[in-house]
Design a protein. Sequence first.
Length: 258
Amino acid sequence: MSDYKTLLIERHDAVTLVRLNRPQALNALNTQTLTDLIAAFAVYDADPDQRCLVLTGSDKAFAAGADIKEMEAQGFAEMYAANFFAGWEQVTRTRKPWIAAVSGFALGGGCEVAMMADFIIAADTAKFGQPEIKLGVTPGMGGSQRLAHAIGKAKAMEMCLTGRMMGADEAERAGLVARVVPMADLIAEALKTATVIAAMAPLATIANKEMVNAAFDLPLGQGIAFERRLFHALFGTQDQKEGMAAFVAKRVAEWTGR
Ligand code: HXC
């Protein structure tokens, strides 16, 4: 399971735990990391036995950004020709749920990858920021958009224009993270939450994820219509019959993913 150069992967029953592992560079995201993550997420998405994924870094850094040393010498033509960073869209197309468990620095691309997750659980040590302005550039992996959606214009604009870091408590107040936990408990808490998600009906899980995400893409009326149609669709599944029968019979549901 460890053909990856920049990742460590563990399986905890139905939960895949992926650790970014470039400690010498505070998990800076280079092309190899992107290649590895695209492959790891594809393996996860295709494996019916894996139902939730947790992406994490080290205690010191979730990821300190895109790899500045790799980008430094590049020109417009190379960036444009390679459509640099477009590969991250494959990670965001993961259909099954995944959580970012963030301790330490989540800066630039690190913050942007955390925001690609379905939600973030943060250690009390977490520090989020978009410091690209200090390098003479901007976020390039969706950070300006996802941050503005997550925490509103005022804070997103302030963070992008000043490059300041936001601590875990402020991030929770602002709605950037779902929950803050002590650093020592981060992985256990993230795995516990992932295990809860992994035990739910698989098709309903994907449907819930699709409809919450639709809230960021669709006008309200279309989003509500999309929700209702997916809700209707689930009445064509065995798991809807099983879930409701189990409730009525006061027993635990046994999902088949059908
Ligand atoms: C490459 C990085 C890196 C990065 C850290 N390192 N961040 N290498 N890319 N993003 C390397 C350092 O060069 C150093 O290597 C080692 O990791 C340890 O980092 P230090 O700076 O010595 O650690 P510390 O003093 O604890 O400071 C931590 C830090 C700082 C505050 C997180 O490293 C930092 O400011 N990093 C850059 C953060 C940043 O600007 N991120 C945004 C990148 S741009 P050596 O070999 O010297 O030991 C981006 C979006 C791209 O993400 C969009 C633009 C197109």
